[in-house]
Design a protein around this ligand. Structure first.
Ligand SMILES: Nc1ncnc2c1ncn2[C@@H]1O[C@H](COP(=O)(O)OP(=O)(O)OP(=O)(O)O)[C@@H](O)[C@H]1O
Ligand SMILES: Nc1ccn([C@@H]2O[C@H](COP(=O)(O)O)[C@@H](O)[C@H]2O)c(=O)n1
Length: 227
């Protein structure tokens, strides 16, 4: 298979709470494509390091764990369970504490190298929707469709706050805003695969846009590029 014969990829990158996961899953449902939640791999690596007593700045040992990550994604209809070493970590994975751990291990080049091929292996027919920070810049630079989703920091924090509240979590908007801002700062300023739009990405600011409108715009991008 030559590079141009590879299944198409929709790369969706952007900061935390921009709506990447929500949009990605809607596109997956609409087109029947596969889904890569690359953030989950970094979250799992962060959690695995913590459980194995490995510091999130220990590049060598963190990369060794990333390379053998005993993760399992179980999907049954709309429900998804994520297992780490057989343990259901679906809820713990989504906390901001795990997000911060993920962001620390994600700044290590050795960890990113260890996860690269695992992410590329998700590219299968009829296509892949890939959600992350470097999908369009590093993992799938040849993706035919790239979208950079963003929204104001206030709106993203509010969205995440509402989301966690709905799940029954005890969170404060003020501390959540600070934690998310800190994570975005780390992701955007790291030397390896920093969060930034690919030069050929469509930039979409979703502040004030409802989710259906955003999904329609992204689907229109895919249809416009791929027919
Ligand atoms: N345009 C929108 N309007 C209102 N709510 C939205 C919008 N986009 C996303 N949301 C809501 O914001 C929350 C966060 O969205 P989502 O998890 O998709 O963000 P994300 O970019 O994947 O974040 P992360 O990278 O941290 O996983 C969800 O509850 C989602 O329903
Ligand atoms: N391609 C990616 C995806 C994620 N990260 C890092 O993981 C953190 C958690 O990601 P979520 O999308 O699940 O919120 C994120 O803050 C990044 O540090 C990454 O580096 N590259």
């Amino acid at each position: 298979m030559t590079e141009t014969d590879l299944p198409p990829v929709l790369a969706i990158d952007g900061p935390s709470g921009a709506g990447k996961g929500t949009v990605a899953k809607a596109v997956v449902r609409a087109l029947g494509w596969h889904f890569l939640d690359s953030g989950a791999l970094y979250r799992l690596t962060g959690l695995y390091c913590q459980r194995q007593g490995v510091a999130p700045d220990d590049a060598r040992r963190a990369a060794e764990l990333a390379a053998v990550l005993p993760a399992e994604f179980q999907v049954a209809g709309e429900a998804e369970r994520i297992l780490l070493d057989g343990d259901d970590v679906s809820t713990e994975l989504r906390t901001e504490t795990t997000g911060a751990l993920a962001s620390q291990v994600a700044a290590l080049q050795a960890v990113r190298d260890a996860l690269l091929q695992r992410q590329r292996d998700f590219r299968r027919c009829p296509g892949l929707v890939a959600d992350g920070r470097d999908m369009g810049t590093v993992v799938f630079p040849d993706a035919p469709v790239k979208v950079f989703l963003t929204a104001s920091a206030e709106e993203r924090a509010r969205r995440r706050y509402n989301q966690l509240k709905e799940q029954g979590a005890d969170v404060s908007l003020a501390s959540l805003s600070e934690e998310i801002a800190e994570r975005d700062r780390r992701d955007a300023s790291r030397t390896t695969a920093p969060l930034k739009p690919a030069p050929d990405a469509e930039y979409l600011d979703t502040t004030g846009l409802d989710i259906e409108t955003v999904i329609e715009r992204v689907l229109a991008q895919v249809r416009g590029r791929l027919g």
